[in-house]
Design a protein around this ligand. Structure first.
Ligand code: GLN
Length: 486
């Protein structure tokens, strides 16, 4: 049996029946990383030694007969934007390359409290800015389905690691689509929770009003398990919601009869790849066969979503990234003539081109004289986008769309044209602006064998319903059983 292929719930059973030990499991995943990650390049940092130590601890606890939490012994990978105590956290940026956090993010503390095993940190677009992981300052991560294609981004390393069986599940972050789009490109499940569902404490901020941490998994049951582990109020994050966390596993009933499925006509517009469009319509028919009811909904402010996002997100980024000045964190230039030159050269040498573009855009949008015309206007449009969803959810429980307008693209295809790259987030960005939960699940493959993703959007804090519908769809189809050639 190939242990690396297993889902979390399959591993749980084997561990409980003592058919494998956590140590055997971790060894086989590390072994596969050694053989395969040279091609995929998902990891920026590996923590083999501590992973094996953690596995031994789990095995020792198991031997005593202590009942163990659901994630005990499960090997996980973490996007390199989430702080891990004593383990380098680079944000795939030169400016944070040497940074070793003195503390764990809340999500990491929660995973460790369950005795989950951390295998390492994964590659990403620098500071989570991008849609292909090509903006990493270190190297490119490849799509396990076809190595000359991008894995999506910005959480490309975390998505590729799950797809290529280099971990059982992983964490990513999503500010405008960075969990859902790479999940779609890599043929796996990826969930962005409601804003406030999961603590952002210890997440290096890109755009604080949009960022959320969420899981990548091999199937929906695992997605529910991972969300269960990381969700909930945290006094360290004032934007985390003090609301009860439902039992997500219990929501996976397989029964979606009578669930109203909203189809936004504003999303099925020109420019969508025909193979994506046909896969999504086929998926919608499958949901109908399962008893779902199609409802037409309208999200009329969709055409303004990208412009709104690139004002709000860059404004917040310009402010969040002001702290990287060479004084307290990471990279500092050598032999500056004076303090000002130290700031300037540290930032010029430390940040990559996309990050600089965003800082400049955001600074401009916030500057005196332009604030009202850009930032304030964008905030108003954001409210209109949120209201679109509120109205749409009066007549449905779930909204279904493609995750991305195109299948995975090749390296370099969109790098010279930032606007083309930004357009690939057209279906995911509004969900962040409205603060809603969204999930991407595999719904087919192109003729060339590249994955296509379906997005399910839910009401605020109703992750349970999108998980339920995604699970029923997954049970009715067998996309999940295909494995990438790598
Ligand atoms: N691709 C979008 C961007 O470049 C979203 C990134 C994200 O969700 N972190 O900003």
């Amino acid at each position: 049996m190939d242990l690396t292929r297993l889902t979390i719930h399959e591993i749980q059973q084997l561990l409980a029946r003592r058919e494998v030990s956590a140590t055997e499991l971790v060894r086989s995943v590390l072994d596969r990383i050694g053989r395969v990650d040279g091609q995929v390049k998902a990891y920026t940092t590996l923590t083999e030694e501590t992973a094996l130590e953690q596995a031994e601890t789990v095995d020792r606890l198991r031997a005593t007969g202590t009942p163990l939490p659901p994630l005990a012994g499960i090997p996980l990978a973490i996007k390199d934007v989430i702080c891990t105590q004593g383990v380098r956290t680079t944000c795939a940026s030169k400016i944070l390359e040497p940074y070793v956090p003195p503390y764990d993010a809340t999500v990491i503390r929660r995973l460790k409290a369950q005795e989950a095993i951390l295998l390492g940190k994964t590659n990403m677009d620098e500071f989570a800015m991008g849609s292909s992981t090509e903006n990493s300052a270190f190297f490119q991560t490849r799509n396990p389905w076809a190595l000359d294609y991008v894995p999506g981004g910005s959480s490309g390393g975390s998505a590729a690691a799950v797809a290529a069986d280099l971990c059982a599940a992983s964490l990513g972050t999503d500010t405008g689509g960075s969990i859902r789009q790479p999940a779609s490109f890599c043929g796996i499940a990826g969930l962005k929770p409601t804003y406030g569902r999961v603590s952002r404490y210890g997440l290096v901020a890109f755009a604080s009003s949009l960022d959320q941490i969420g899981p990548f998994t091999k199937d929906i049951r695992d997605c529910a398990t991972m969300l269960q582990a990381i969700a909930g109020h945290d006094p360290h994050d004032s934007t985390s919601a003090d609301l009860p966390v439902p039992d997500y596993g219990a929501a996976l009933t397989g029964d979606v009869r009578g669930v109203r499925i909203g189809i936004p006509d504003d999303y099925f517009v020109e420019g969508m790849d025909p193979e994506v469009e046909s896969a999504v319509w086929t998926a919608i028919r499958t949901l109908e066969e399962l008893g779902g009811k199609q409802e037409k909904v309208s999200l009329p402010h969709t055409p303004y979503a990208i412009a709104t996002y690139y004002l709000v997100a860059t404004a917040e980024a310009s402010s969040n990234l002001a702290r990287y000045d060479g004084v307290r964190y990471g990279y500092r230039t050598s032999k500056p003539a004076d303090l000002l030159e130290m700031y300037q050269r540290s930032r010029r040498e430390g940040f990559g081109p996309e990050v600089k573009r965003r800082i400049m855009l955001g600074t401009y949008a916030l500057s005196a004289g332009y604030y009202d015309a850009y930032y304030l206007k964008a905030q108003k449009v954001r409210t209109l986008i949120r209201r679109d969803f509120e109205r749409a959810f009066e007549t449905c429980e779930v909204i279904v769309t493609p995750t991305s307008p195109t299948p995975p693209f090749k390296f370099g295809e969109k790098m010279d044209d930032p606007l083309q790259m930004y357009l690939s987030d057209i279906f995911t960005i509004s969900v962040n602006l409205a603060g809603l939960p969204g999930i991407s699940i595999p719904c087919g493959f192109t003729k060339a064998g590249l994955p296509i993703g379906l997005q399910l959007i839910g009401k605020p804090f109703d992750e349970a319903t999108i998980l339920k519908v995604a699970h029923a769809y997954e049970q009715a189809t067998d996309w999940r059983r295909r494995t990438p050639p790598v």
